[in-house]
Design a protein around this ligand. Structure first.
Ligand code: NQM
Length: 369
């Protein structure tokens, strides 16, 4: 008889994504065993992930591993893992700012730090990229509050706000803000701006691919010629962006840009990298917003000339349009050198605990834990 084993797990929506959240101590320590466990828990590989918790899409096939931190000034460490739905692979090659939004509530719910009466700042170390973020979680009476009036595009209804401040995310995956050393490069005859301000992103002009840039994600995913062209460029960008062979990596993200349509700074459609995002990733949006203020970049040339604060330093808000609305990035920019340096970025997310209990996987994994 094959029994099942139960592992403590919380399901949270973080921003516009959804993940299984685990305490590190509940997972196998050895990487191969951990990944085998997570694939079984998620139901991967299977495009529908029908025999597991995954939702059959990269945005709903994510994992957060959290533990109390021993780093000075940090409350918790957060490791993000992307489980590919259709391939037996687990990747730690990127951050996820959406799932980051659930880390504060998860840590507080699990007693990893004490909750204040009011708002609790949670200092989070992002293991994937060796960087830091602070999330501000509403905790009236010392209890996490999920209800509120904050609205983020891509999520129905309103919820309690979680403000996240990032410090020092520039070059966190590729080593520098402009990983190729240039504001623009030409690859396969197409101009591209590569930026890493927390997420490696290639900014491209949608019109260079014969599309408007306002198509739906489904329309773009159905366009196999477009997908092929975008992927060819991505594979060439891997080594140029210091990411090596990116065949099996989830970065760089490929953002096809068009002029803003709804009063924002720029419009985006982002391959992440094979499915098209229904909105845009958090750090992906920070990187695109950064590209908007880089003189001569693909984004700056397409973006709205009246992007608030553009070119004149200090604090600014950049509204990044995406398939389901807007993403507002607040940035502080130092314009004292040739290229602007984004010294701080902040954004608004919401998160909600959906389930807390045990996830079940076949007993076969017990010997690995
Ligand atoms: O860019 C999707 C998401 C993400 C990542 C992706 C993210 C980020 O929306 O920080 O949030 O680009 O793979 O969850």
């Amino acid at each position: 008889m094959t029994r099942q084993m139960a592992v403590p797990c919380t399901v949270m929506r973080g921003g516009t994504s959804k993940a299984l959240y685990f305490l590190a101590e509940d997972l196998p320590t050895e990487r191969g065993a951990r990944d085998a466990f997570l694939l079984a828990a998620m139901g991967s590989p299977d495009p529908r992930e029908i025999d597991g918790m995954g939702g059959g899409h990269p945005l709903t096939s994510k994992v957060a591993v959290v533990n109390r931190s021993i780093r000075p000034g940090i409350d918790v460490d957060y490791l993000f893992l992307q489980v590919w739905p259709d391939r037996a692979e687990v990747s730690d090659q990127q951050n996820c700012g959406n799932i980051l939004a659930g880390v504060g509530p998860f840590a507080l719910e699990n007693g990893l730090l004490p909750a204040a009466d009011g708002v609790t700042p949670v200092a989070i170390y992002l293991v994937n990229t060796d960087s830091k973020a602070t999330a501000y979680v509403e905790t009236p009476g010392g209890v996490v509050n999920y209800a509120g009036s904050a609205r983020i595009d891509g999520v129905p209804g309103t919820h309690a706000p979680i403000t996240i401040n990032f410090e020092d995310v520039s070059g966190s995956s590729c080593g520098s803000l402009l990983p190729t050393g240039n504001v623009t490069d030409v690859v396969n005859g197409v101009e591209v701006t590569c930026v890493d301000n927390g997420m490696p992103v290639a900014c491209l002009n949608a019109s260079d691919f014969g599309i408007t840039g306002y198509e739906t994600p489904a329309e773009l995913e159905a366009n196999s010629e477009l997908r092929g062209r975008v992927e060819e460029i991505r594979l060439q960008l891997g080594p140029l962006m210091n990411l090596g062979d990116v065949t099996n990596k989830t970065v760089p993200k490929m953002s096809l840009l068009a002029p803003a349509k709804g009063g924002g700074a720029i419009s985006t459609r982002t391959f992440i990298p094979h499915r098209v995002h229904e909105s845009i990733g958090v750090l992906g949006a920070v990187s695109v917003a950064t590209a908007c203020v880089l003189k001569g970049s693909v984004a700056e040339k397409i973006g709205s000339p009246d992007t608030p604060g553009r070119g004149d330093g200090a604090a600014m808000e950049v509204q990044v349009e995406h398939p389901s609305g807007f993403f507002t990035v607040q940035m502080e920019v130092d314009n004292s050198s040739d290229h602007p340096v984004v010294t701080k970025s902040a954004l608004l997310r919401t998160a909600r605990m959906l389930m807390s209990g045990s996830v079940y996987v076949p007993q076969i994994f017990r010997e690995n834990t």
